[in-house]
Each structure stands twice: as C-alpha cells, then as structure tokens.
Ligand binder design. Structure first.
Ligand code: PBG
Length: 327
C-alpha cells in the first residue's frame, strides 16, 4: 500500500466515514453485570475498593436487577456471601442458600433477564479455597461432586446459566452429567475455562470475603506465564460440554482472548475483573484519567481481541454511556 496512492487518513476524515468503516462496537447486548448478594434485610453496603458496587440483601436485589434490565443489559452473574462457612462449603449447595433464594427472587421479579451463577465453593469455605482441603492439599476429584450439587441447586432454583470458576479438572463434565441426569439438559454452562492466578482479583476477595486463609490458588488457577496452555484448558472444557467459554482476567490477557477466538468457534466471554475496575476508578477519581473514556476503551479492546460477552462491574455505567443517558 504505497504512499501517496494510499492515504489511510482518508478514512478518518469525518465522523460519518469513521462510523462506516468502524470494525468493532460495544453494545449493551455484550454486557454482563456481577452482583454480590448477602443475608439480611435492607442491606446495600458499598464495597470500599470497588466504589459504585454493593453487597445487596435479597429484598433489594430485584430492583437493582430491574434497573439493569431496563438499561438493556441482558444478564447478571450472582456471587453469594453466606453467613455461615465451613470446611466443605455446605451453604454453597444448600437448596435454600443465599444464591438459590436470590435466583428465585430475581426470576419472579424480572423473568426475562438471564441469570448466571458463579459455581465455586470459595465464598462458602472457612479456608477460602475453591476445593476441599486435606493436609494442606486441594483435592480435585472429591470437589467435583460438590460443584455438581451446587450447579444443580442453581438450575433447580431457575438459573439459566451456571458458570464454574473453581478450576478443578473435570468440573464441566461432572456438572453437565449432573444437570442432564436431573432433567436440566437445557441448562447452559459458561465455563471459566482459562482462569489465571491473578493479583487483579484483590478487590473481589474483599467484596466476597473469599481470600484463601493459607497458601494461594496457584495449584489450580493458571500460571500467568502460560498462553498456549489456555488452548488445552478451553479444548477440554468444550469437550466436556461447555456452551460458552471464558478468559479471565481480560485486560492483561487480551492475547489469550485473541488466541482462543482464533482457535475455537464457541461463544467467548471475558471477565473484566475487579482489579481492572478499581484501577480505572481510582485513577479517574484522582483526575489522572478520563474514567468514562477509559471504561469504553477497555471494553472495546476486549471486543476487538475477540470476546463477544464481557462481564464487567462497569456494565450499568457503560450502558448509560452507550445510550447517552446522563448518570
Ligand atoms: C471464585 C471467583 C473469583 C472471581 C470470580 N469468581 C475469585 C478468585 O478466583 O479468587 C474474581 C472476580 C473478580 O476479581 O472480579 N469464586
């Protein structure tokens, strides 16, 4: 494309021309909003490291979800904060647990919205790990049964999509089998397929009270140094029955998103995680960055990399920006 025959600036001459040649766009259809649900009544507690995000009690949750739906957001993902924790995370698969009740409440108030649930026991275990623990080791196979039970109680309560985030090997297969055996063959699995052991989860662990009480998550979450390995993780999850796969975090892993998009043809989600939100928010509060522009640029970059769904704490705000609703 030699100059001066070709001048790439021609296509940047006016806004109308730029709109015509624009390759990617962030739509409200792409957004999934994470919500934290806790016990109690009338609770709306702001998460200090994630301003604008709250822990909600079930009675206030439906209104918040309705607001999301009215903004055009098609889905929410729920995280539960139980009152009681134990070594086996029993509340995670209690049919009357916090998330199970929240699903029912949302489904009766806003039946149209897609309800996704995080399937992982870390918020429910007293040790804070995503699997059962024995002698300081995280046990893989015995955990699968609990995850399958947890996913099934979510489907029974009315969840449209279950999203295992634990990173145990074989969990997608175990969940698919449990759902199919109980008549939930239509329930969708969105697997956190390539989930890295990331420092960007810091604010989430404050929000969900889920920090590991000893050690770290490096024996089950992926090593941030590994790109190729994500292909094997995703391939395995698809083979086991994942309908949608996810890369997490998003911003430092755009290469992984790109790689997975090139390699597979299943719907791809990316999680714009808590630390990514908090960084942009803090810098914007200090006046160092234009927060709105940064939010939209980040979401756009995740789409450009190849994700078609984005889980983001900015979902409501981004929906307002996209639709020119002044907050
Ligand atoms: C595990 C889970 C985590 C996140 C989503 N699901 C925390 C972790 O793996 O430590 C992190 C999400 C975020 O940082 O926004 N239940």
């Amino acid at each position: 494309m030699p100059f001066p025959i070709h001048r790439l600036r021609r296509l940047r001459k006016t806004d109308a021309i730029m709109r015509m040649v624009r390759e990617n766009k962030v739509s409200v259809d792409d957004l999934i909003y994470p919500l934290f649900v806790c016990e109690g009544k009338g609770v709306k507690t702001e998460i200090s490291s994630m301003p604008g995000n709250y822990r909600w009690s079930i009675d206030l949750l439906a209104n918040e979800v309705k607001e999301c739906w009215n903004l055009g957001i098609p889905a929410v993902i729920l995280f539960g904060i139980p009152d009681k924790k134990d070594a086996r995370g029993s509340e995670a698969y209690n049919p009357d647990g916090i998330v199970q009740r929240a699903i029912q409440e949302i489904k009766s108030a806003v039946p149209e919205i897609a309800v996704i649930t995080d399937v992982c026991i870390d918020e429910y275990t007293d040790h804070g790990h995503c699997g059962l623990v024995e002698n300081g080791q995280i046990l893989n196979d015995p955990t699968l049964e609990l995850l399958a039970k947890m996913a099934l109680t979510h489907a029974e309560a009315g969840a449209d999509i279950v999203a295992p985030s634990d990173m145990m090997d074989g969990r997608v297969g175990a969940i698919r089998k449990a759902l199919d055996q109980s008549g939930f063959g239509d329930s969708i699995i969105m697997s956190y397929a390539a989930k890295y052991a990331s420092a960007f989860y810091g604010p989430f662990r404050e929000a969900a009270d889920s920090s590991p009480q000893f050690g770290d998550r490096c024996s089950y979450q992926m090593d941030p140094a590994n790109g190729e390995e994500s292909v094997r993780e995703v391939a395995q999850d698809i083979e086991e029955g994942a309908d949608i796969v996810m890369v997490k975090p998003a911003l430092s892993y755009l290469d992984v998103i790109y790689k997975i998009k090139k390699e597979f043809s299943v719907p791809l989600a990316a999680y714009n995680v808590s630390g990514e939100y908090s960084m942009a928010h803090a810098a914007s509060e200090k006046g160092w960055l234009d927060g709105d522009r940064v939010i939209m640029e980040v979401l756009l970059s995740i789409k450009r990399a190849g994700a078609q769904m984005i889980l983001t704490y900015s979902a409501k705000h981004a929906a307002k920006i996209i639709q020119n609703i002044v907050p």
